[in-house]
Design a protein around this ligand. Structure first.
Ligand code: PAF
Length: 276
């Protein structure tokens, strides 16, 4: 695997390599990321991963400084799973001057995560647009674990007529069901054992909706209450349409239940797609 730290060297290194598939990451790679790399391999000749912890998507009170940076093991993992190229720029390379132009997400970025993490999707969309402009991939792969992020990126690509196709990768879970996430590393052993409750709570909402007769808002409220009763600080549990994350009508079939909650000092998110 070839590692590039500058835009110029990356572009020179990619020239003549054929269609590129990009897997953007912030590093601290786990099996979920590696699965996206494997998926990328099925979509193009050259698989490029990027590692860049994007300050722009962190609020001042969030974990930018303590976000785990594990460059050497990340490189080993990417090499082992067959990535061809790694783009690992520093902040000066990505933001050589203050980033005055920013991408303001449309309505799809304003609620759920957009409400509880103001500015988050502006930061994500801005860096993703930059990465797509730098790498110019034919395909870019994003995980469904960050479901709203995936929808925001898809909407941005559509509305700006970008030439990159966005491919979605499935969420990878630990044996007990907890979605793999770099932030799981912040959990104490006791919190780690409790963390699976988020997934189980969302699964219960799905199962009750599939059983029929249950009211969506009642289910959302009782799921939120249940998390709070077990020591979580829930931001939301919400059943939404898969396509645009707006609240469903009775006729909508393709749904997703999303949740975000804080366990101790760690904020976890998860979601489950289902069809009713
Ligand atoms: O999902 C992530 O790791 C980040 O939000 C992304 C897409 C790499 C942008 O910084």
């Amino acid at each position: 695997m070839e590692v590039f730290e500058t835009v110029a060297s990356l572009r020179a290194g990619l020239a003549g390599r054929g269609p590129v598939v990009l897997v953007p990451t912030m590093g601290n790679l786990h099996e979920g990321h590696l699965d996206l790399v494997r998926l990328a391999r099925r979509h193009g000749r050259t698989v490029a991963a990027s590692i860049f912890v994007n300050r722009l998507q962190f609020a001042p009170n969030e974990d930018f400084d303590r976000y785990p940076r594990t460059f050497a093991p990340d490189c080993e993992k990417l090499g082992a799973v067959g990535a061809d190229v790694l783009f690992a720029p520093d902040e000066r390379e990505v933001y050589p001057e203050p980033q005055g132009f920013k991408v303001e997400p449309s309505e799809i970025g304003q609620f759920l995560e957009g409400e509880f993490r103001p500015g988050f999707f502006r930061g994500v969309a801005t860096v993703v647009l930059k990465l797509l402009a730098i790498v110019q991939p034919q395909v870019a792969v994003f995980g469904k674990k960050d479901y709203q992020q995936l929808r925001v990126v898809q909407a941005m690509v559509r509305q700006f007529n970008l030439a990159t196709e966005i491919v979605a990768g499935e969420t990878i879970r630990a044996d007990d069901g907890l979605a793999l996430s770099s932030r799981n590393g912040y959990l104490s052993p006791t919190e780690r054992a409790e963390a699976v409750r988020l997934y189980r709570t969302l699964a219960r909402v799905r199962d009750r909706l599939l059983a029929g007769g249950a009211d969506v808002v009642d289910l959302e409220q009782s799921a939120t209450r249940d998390l709070a009763e077990h020591g979580w600080k829930p931001d939301y549990v919400a059943v939404r349409r898969q396509a645009d994350l707006t609240p469903p009508s009775a006729a909508d079939r393709d749904l997703v239940v999303l949740g975000a909650a804080r366990l101790g000092g760690t904020r976890l998110i998860d979601n489950i797609e289902f069809r009713r």
